[in-house]
Design a protein around this ligand. Structure first.
Ligand SMILES: Nc1ncnc2c1ncn2[C@@H]1O[C@H](COP(=O)(O)OP(=O)(O)OP(=O)(O)O)[C@@H](O)[C@H]1O
Length: 286
């Protein structure tokens, strides 16, 4: 396998489900193709019921395609060995509530065949990575939603996968917890791990993803590099620090005098509500 083998290759995926109503067919995924190269972070976005989870499950071999193919690092998803290099965080992960964080990771590590000191080192390393070392001996039943998602991420990383699939990793998590998960995704990218995620938090997708696909009613309606998708090609932005009002006036006058250029907006750039929330709620920690 070469560096040019895609981490994910979904080709013309179609998935029909039989509905309970007169056994009619529902097309959940309709001719979707996705290619993710190693090291990329890909975000699949779309409204509820648009086919995101089904696409991910087909890639993982958890549902069989009606037609089309899925492959992970060149291995067909229908074959068990395609899952060797994948970690998965499902939308609603289930954990044994009576186990502690460390016991949970140890449990999954054992399932993956890890043993002894290697396993113990891996448990500590992962708890450190997801910032749960201080809660390692607490029962999972008492974890917050954000902590649960982070333990889920640690679980997905147990066997050092080269691809991580995250289905709504920040569902139900507050902005601080979401940011921790976002930072974790950055860490995965730094380590060269490919990430395929779907999320409703568009701003977070915008922050972490290199590539974005928009899926609607089972069809891919837009896809590409984030930078290309969100650039407004016919506009130019100039942001000035501590500008003299006279300078702003003279720039505006020059633009007004131009026959071909229209001034769209002059004003203060805005932060986002999320950044404002984080700044105001994390003051004490600084
Ligand atoms: N096992 C199944 N049997 C029947 N229909 C299903 C099954 N799984 C999914 N569907 C249907 O397929 C469609 C796509 O569902 P899917 O869960 O893939 O969407 P989604 O984009 O992940 O939605 P959400 O954002 O709500 O998680 C929905 O109409 C759903 O009801």
């Amino acid at each position: 396998m070469s560096e040019t083998t895609p981490a994910v290759e979904i080709t013309h995926l179609v998935k029909d489900f039989k509905t309970s109503f007169r056994r009619q067919l529902l097309r959940a995924v309709d001719d979707v193709s996705i290619r993710i190269m190693p090291g990329e972070v890909y975000g699949l976005i779309g409204p509820n019921g648009s086919g995101k989870s089904t696409t991910m499950k087909a890639l993982l071999g958890l549902v069989s395609p009606t037609s089309g193919n899925c492959a992970i690092f060149g291995k067909d998803s229908a074959k068990v060995d395609s899952r060797q290099d994948v970690g998965f965080l499902p939308e609603n992960p289930y954990f044994y509530k009576h186990l502690s964080g460390a016991e949970t990771i140890r449990f999954y590590g054992k399932l993956c065949g890890l043993r002894g000191k290697f396993l113990e080192d891996r448990v500590s390393e992962l708890l450190e990575l997801v910032d749960l070392n201080s809660a390692r001996d607490r029962r999972i039943g008492g974890y917050s939603k954000g902590m649960l998602q982070r333990i889920g991420l640690a679980q997905a990383l147990v066997q050092e996968p080269r691809l991580v699939i995250l289905d709504e990793p920040t569902a139900g998590v507050d902005p601080v917890g979401s940011r921790q998960i976002r930072d974790l995704i950055f860490k995965l990218r730094e380590r060269g791990i490919t990430v395929f995620l779907c999320s409703h938090l568009l701003e977070q997708v915008q922050e972490v993803c290199d590539q974005v696909g928009i899926i609607f009613r089972g069809k891919m309606v837009k896809e590409g590099r984030l930078e290309d998708l969100i650039a407004i090609e016919d506009q130019t932005e100039i942001v000035l620090q501590d500008a003299d009002p006279e300078l702003v006036k003279s720039i505006t006058a020059q633009v007004d005098a131009s026959a071909t250029t229209q001034l769209v907006r002059v004003g203060k750039p805005r932060t986002t509500l999320e950044r404002l929330f984080l700044r105001e709620t994390q003051k004490d920690k600084r």
